[in-house]
Structures are given as C-alpha cells and as structure tokens.
Ligand binder design. Structure first.
Ligand SMILES: C[S@@+](CC[C@H](N)C(=O)[O-])C[C@H]1O[C@@H](n2cnc3c(N)ncnc32)[C@H](O)[C@@H]1O
Length: 422
C-alpha cells in the first residue's frame, strides 16, 4: 500500500516536470505512455494528484516559499508541491512526507536534498492546512490573464479563476432518453439536456458506458449541435470532428454526417466512439480546407487555444505561453471563410471554439460578417432551453463562461455563432 502511494506520487511529479519544465500537455504525456506501468488505481491517483497540484500550484508555492531560501531543482520543487497540496487537503502527513523524501532520494542528482524536503514538509504539515483556505484563489499567468481582464473585467476574471480552482463535474450526453439516463445514474438533468454528476468513479465502469448509452461531454460543448438543429436524414458536413462528441450528437439526431479531421489518431477515437455507441458517420481523415461541395448545414468546431477548458485541464496555462495563438487565430479565419464558401444559399453554419479569448470567437464572427456581406448571424437559433438572453453578444453569437451556473457547478468556456447565407 505504502509503495503504491510512492509510485503514484512519483508519477505525479514526473507529469508536473513534463508540463511545467517541458511545456507538454498532460494528455500528450499520458498518451505517450507515462503511466503505462502503473496499476489502474495508481494511474488514477497519479492523474488526480497532478491535476490537483496544478490547480493549487500558486497556493502551494506561497506556502513553500516561506521555508525555502532558494529554489531547488524543478523535480524537488514538484515533489514538494504535490506533497503540500496533499497535506493541505487533509492527507496523513507520515506517508506523504516519506513518499516525497523517497522520490527525491531515489534520484542521484537530488538525493542530497532529502533532509531539506523532510524539514520543509514537516513545517508545511504543521501550519499549511490551516493557512490554505486563507490564501488567494490561484491566478492565471499574466499572458492569459491580461487579455481576459480586458475582455471581461477584474471581477469576472476572479469568478472565472474560482471556477478553474473548483474543477468540473462530469457531464454526460444521452444517446436517447436523457430523463431515463438521469434516473439510472442519478445526478441532475440540466435545462440544456446534459446529465450532470457531482461524484463519478471510473467512467468506463459506469452503467451504460459499454452499451454506448451516453458519452462524456461538457454541458457547454453540447450546445453547438443543439443550435444547429440537425434533422432526420439531413446531410451535414462536420469540420474538425475529433474526438467526436459532436459527431455522436449529430448521428444520434439521425443526420447523415460527413465528419472531417486531419489528425488520424484522434480520428481513430471518433471511430471507437461511434462503434461503442452504435452510431454511424462517414469519417474522412483530411484537411478541412480542401473539402468541396455545397451544404445546407455545416458545423465548424475550429482548433483553438482551448482556454475554455481549464477547469478540466489545469495544465494548459502552465504548459503554454500563448505563442501559438496567432497562428490558430489565422487558421480559424481561413476555415470560417472556407466553410461559408461551402454553404448553399439559405444554408446554416455553426462556428464554435472552446476558447475564452474574444479573438477566437466574437472577433472572428464580427470580421467574417464584414468580409461576407451575404451572411447574417441568426440570433434566434441561439435561443434554446437553458440559454440566457444576456449570454448573447453584440455581433449575434453566444458567449459561455466557466463562472456561469456557479451554483450548479459551472460550464466550460465556449463561443458559438450560427451564420446563415442569404
Ligand atoms: C476543438 S477540436 C474538435 C473537437 C470535436 N469537434 C468534438 O466535439 O469532439 C479541433 C480539431 O480540429 C482538428 N484540426 C486542426 N486543423 C485541421 C484541419 N486543417 N483540417 C481538419 N481538422 C483540423 C484537430 O485535429 C482537432 O481534432
């Protein structure tokens, strides 16, 4: 048991080293096999510890800096951070401190710091748990915080950071009857149709998963397809489809979907998801920008900064620095232009991004409406159950933020607009 704790904690430290030191996303590090040698329970613990440490990193550093005269190497710092977060969440000091000492001691380059780690963590164990709640809610790094403060103001920024710190519940989309899904799993049936679970175990072990009766999808991410309103047998072009949450929604509504994504391994996940849920779609591994044809309905879920998903992916602000965003913004505009060109007269296009940055949402649509005078924003399409009127933006899109539904567990940040060709 004690050994299990050390292995999971060592892996959590490795994950943090990769995110903070190498700028890699947790999903990439895990997909590359970082946790392969662990048992399922250890794997889950390692991931949970890494996520919780990333959420509470600023608080952990504030507590630790009182006891450190200079910064130790990153691995030692990360071992201290993981242990500090665990201690402040009420973990038993003995096992946590011993694990951190053992992790640092096992590496030749850091073994001399065992004594320091032990001494610092004993002090954190004494005073840290009481001080934890009085520390401020961790802030986003400056490169991301500044544009968001100018978009939403300081108070909203703090509410968003609170939502990031609180993490996210598990939202499910039902393949069929959502009321029946809520009755079988418990939780809450949200007004927008998702089933929300506060406490969930291993997803693949939950009733109905293997049968394909539902899939995991944040409540905000489920709205673009509802706004597109797919019809039975309707031909729909879905651009940027992987891993397939929206493909499944479209197919479950009876639409004939052509789902395009240029990432073959992510597209494999769409294939697996469709197989599990016994749904069908035409899958195309290819560039959205070379798609041709003339469509009455298109969904474009463009690649973006993913800054709307920080509640579930707290690694993002630590792994990224915003330097890739300019290129993404340019790609989004090119994709939006191409999707508009593929629309039939009278056709509708839903454009969305899981981003909090207006440059990837409001500004993209405002600029596209200026470039394409034959296209209008359809504001009425956004008015679906559960959507509040003041979420609708000036240019005619929908801005969703993590601080919305604060009393119900929040939602991902998203931007959605429905454009109709004259
Ligand atoms: C936001 S994700 C899509 C999420 C997906 N719609 C869902 O609901 O599960 C963006 C996707 O765009 C894909 N992508 C990026 N550039 C592309 C391109 N030029 N052509 C097609 N797909 C692209 C990425 O591989 C990624 O899977």
């Amino acid at each position: 048991m004690a050994q299990t704790g050390v292995q999971a904690r060592r892996s959590a430290v490795y994950l943090l080293d990769q995110v903070i030191g190498e700028g890699r996303l947790l999903s990439e590090v895990i997909a590359a096999g970082a946790l392969e040698r662990l048992q399922p329970a250890e794997r889950a613990t390692a991931q949970r510890l890494a996520l919780e440490t990333l959420r509470g990193l600023e608080r952990a550093d504030r507590l630790l800096q009182k006891h450190l005269q200079k910064y130790p190497p990153l691995t030692v710092r990360n071992a201290l951070r993981v242990a500090t977060v665990e201690l402040c969440q009420g973990g038993a000091a003995h096992g946590i401190v011993n694990s951190a000492v053992s992790i640092v001691g096992a590496n030749k380059r850091t073994a001399t710091m065992k004594g320091l780690v032990n001494a610092v963590l004993r002090k954190v164990a004494d005073a840290g748990p009481e001080a934890w709640d009085s520390l401020r809610i961790p802030r986003l790094p400056k490169w991301l915080r500044e544009p968001l403060v100018s978009a939403y103001g300081g108070d909203v920024m703090q509410a968003i950071e609170k939502a990031h710190f609180d993490g996210a519940p598990l939202d499910l989309t039902a393949k069929g009857d959502k009321g029946a899904l809520q009755r079988s799993l418990g939780g809450t049936l949200l007004e927008t149709g998702s089933v929300r679970l506060e406490e969930a175990g291993q997803v693949s072990m939950m009733p109905g998963f293997k049968k394909g009766s539902w899939w995991v999808q944040d409540a905000a991410a489920a709205l673009p397809v509802q706004i597109l309103k797919p019809q039975q047998e309707e031909a729909i072009l879905e651009l940027c489809a992987a891993p397939g949450g929206k493909t499944m929604q479209l197919a479950a509504a009876g639409a004939k979907v052509r789902a395009v994504d240029n990432n073959a391994s992510r597209m494999e996940r769409v294939r697996e998801n469709l197989k599990r849920t016994k749904l069908e779609a035409e899958l195309v591994v290819g560039d959205a920008l070379v798609e041709t044809g003339s469509w009455g309905a298109i969904l474009l879920d463009a690649p973006c900064s993913a800054t709307g998903t920080i509640r579930r992916h707290p690694d993002l602000p630590h792994a990224k620095d915003g330097s890739e965003f300019g290129e993404l913004i340019h790609l989004q505009a090119t994709m939006l232009d191409h999707a508009i060109d593929l629309l039939k007269p009278g056709g509708r296009l839903v454009y969305c991004t899981c981003s909090l940055l207006p440059d990837e949402g409001e500004c993209q649509v405002e600029d596209a409406l200026t470039r394409h005078t034959n296209v209008k924003a359809d504001v009425d399409a956004l008015r679906i159950p559960g959507v509040e009127e003041d979420w609708i933006t000036e240019e005619g899109g929908l801005r969703l933020r993590p601080d919305y539904w604060a009393d119900k567990g929040g939602m991902d940040g998203f931007y959605i607009a429905c454009l109709v060709k004259a």
